[in-house]
Design a protein around this ligand. Sequence first.
Ligand code: HEC
Ligand code: HEC
Ligand code: HEC
Ligand code: HEC
Ligand code: HEC
Ligand code: HEC
Length: 500
Amino acid sequence: MPDPIPTTAPAAAKPRSNFNNWISAIGGVIAAGGLFSFFFLAWMDLVKGDKNPYLGIFTYIVAPGFLIAGLVMVFFGAWAQRRWEIKHAAMPDKWRLDFSNRQQRQRLVAFGAGAALFIGLSAFGSFQTFHYAESTQFCGQVCHTAMNPEFVTYQRGAHARVACVECHVGSGAEHFIKAKINGTHQLIATILDNYNRPIDTPVKNLRPAQDTCEKCHWPEKFAGNIQVDYEHFLSDKKNTSYTARMLLHVNKSSPGSPLGGIHWHVNTTERVEYYAIDEKRQDIPWMRVTNVKTGVAKVFRVDSFKGEPPADRIRVMDCIDCHNRPSHVFPTANDAVEKSLAAGVLSTKLPNIKRVAVQAMTQKEITSEAGAAQKIADFMRAKYTDPALGAEVPGAIAEVQKIFAVSIFPDRKADWRVYPNNIGHKDWPGCFRCHDDKHKTATNEKVRSSDCNSCHVIIAQGKGAELETLSAKGLKFKHPDGEPDAELSCSDCHNGGIQK
Ligand code: HEC
Ligand code: HEC
Ligand code: HEC
Ligand code: HEC
Ligand code: HEC
Ligand code: HEC
């Protein structure tokens, strides 16, 4: 068998490169598109900084992905061509890019124009895609219809202008991927219609609050006291109003010194850790305060808890342990009705309206969103048969139906009864999970700040003129229903519904 003779091409022509083929050319364009997108997005990332959680993934994952895929194609083209050459003892002519051929030249011009367009569009397209994927619309409506209750409550909260991803994803590619893997599970569950109702809380893989909340609120900025008026109405015939005006000590320290008061828990010199027995973190038998510099630790526990908590269940306290409902507040039926009464929308002229409205919303008969409005109307009409009240009734019914629609979601079994709010101590244990006088150190030291004036002072309470005389020293709380048994915690009686 004669040796393969070198090609008979004219001596002047350079040997054709293995890269000279259409597969490699297309690969080259894709790689260029990836590279261009990368530079474009990296520039965006630098300019926009941390603000955009989804930018990272497109910049550092998707764009380089295209670059690599393109390069692989370039080399695959060369390799395939070489194989062909070895097998057939000649270059595959069909694959060749030949500038001297008129037809090929036209094809190349069209190809070049297409390539330029592709490169431009890939940058623009990737920019638009991540923009959409991070939008509140995408999270709350398109993808996550199962999350309707969170979306509705979110829109009424203080963070209605903060995108979902600011708290749920944060910046950086790693967290984006985690969130999307998690999201894929959720998507499948939504399609199969077997997601949990209610959706579990707390969110286990929520990012540490330092990475999310502290982007906008940082502990040094907490002011001394904030004043809040808690407006209530008793469930008596006259719907007697009762208000507590309070100063909450969000930061009791002097300017420049370490945090004191309520935000002491997130100071930088001490770390608070705790162990909760239950998934919802409501039952806390053990906690530890460690001085970060000296390492000296103080352990508090309740008498009934003898052992040591499992190490992987110990949680470092951060913003979310108190502000677990910064965005999706499911108000109690009691609070939602009182808010409407205080705003004057629901008329206090209707006898017992506080009680009737709360009962109408919490009827056992309501098991789904469909038909709920009708049941509320029937319930309320049956209570107000006196024709003298006629004019007030339809408005009140409409208002209660409205309150119900934005706070109780039977289809997903989502309302305040499954989503506790840890910020106070009236309707849920909240602060009293730890500040209850039952947690002690080995030397019998109790948790400091567990008396009524350490977290807040009541500067006025009652109704009407009583609310205009302020006490700087603070008043003893006058419970509207008589002094309750000191052994009882507020949430032993108060549960967001009707007490009696
Ligand atoms: C200000 C921060 C913030 C924003 C903005 C935010 N969330 Fe949340 N979200 C939270 C926190 C905190 C939790 C409760 C986490 C916990 O208890 O561990 C939560 C919980 C959830 C849950 C779990 C169920 C529940 O109610 O506990 C879902 C679902 C959810 N959010 C969806 C959304 C959607 C959809 C958006 C945008 C429309 C959004 N979130 C916007 C902070 C936020
Ligand atoms: C993107 C910025 C941003 C992020 C992230 C953010 N917040 Fe806010 N937060 C705001 C703005 C804006 C307000 C409204 C301020 C106002 O009304 O004066 C606010 C208000 C609040 C308030 C006062 C609420 C009220 O009802 O008046 C609390 C408490 C709060 N945020 C806690 C949190 C917590 C906890 C997180 C993390 C889970 C968080 N925020 C994340 C911007 C943010
Ligand atoms: C020990 C519980 C607790 C922790 C931990 C906590 N907070 Fe608060 N925070 C409160 C309480 C209580 C208030 C008073 C407002 C209220 O009752 O709704 C408050 C008020 C606020 C306010 C509004 C008050 C103001 O000064 O404008 C913001 C914003 C806030 N917290 C953010 C945060 C952030 C961010 C973190 C984490 C770094 C954090 N909080 C940690 C309990 C806590
Ligand atoms: C996980 C347990 C835990 C929870 C929940 C908790 N705390 Fe604390 N808190 C502590 C511990 C521990 C200390 C320090 C106790 C000590 O060293 O004596 C403390 C101290 C304080 C102090 C004193 C700070 C200072 O300046 O000395 C205040 C005020 C306070 N907490 C308010 C609150 C409020 C308000 C809430 C609810 C919104 C709350 N805490 C929820 C564990 C908790
Ligand atoms: C560990 C801190 C802490 C202690 C101790 C404490 N409180 Fe509170 N209290 C709070 C916080 C925080 C709120 C605000 C809750 C909110 O914003 O929803 C609150 C709210 C209240 C309210 C208004 C609740 C409402 O919805 O109308 C009353 C009344 C009240 N506390 C009374 C008391 C009394 C009485 C004691 C003593 C038995 C006490 N508190 C002890 C932290 C504390
Ligand atoms: C023994 C049960 C019991 C205990 C314990 C208790 N309450 Fe009440 N509370 C009631 C009853 C009953 C009413 C009257 C309810 C009504 O008229 O709607 C009431 C009314 C109130 C009201 C005004 C109406 C409303 O529904 O909000 C406030 C505020 C209140 N309590 C706060 C507290 C606080 C704070 C604590 C803990 C320090 C506490 N209560 C402990 C039973 C209790």
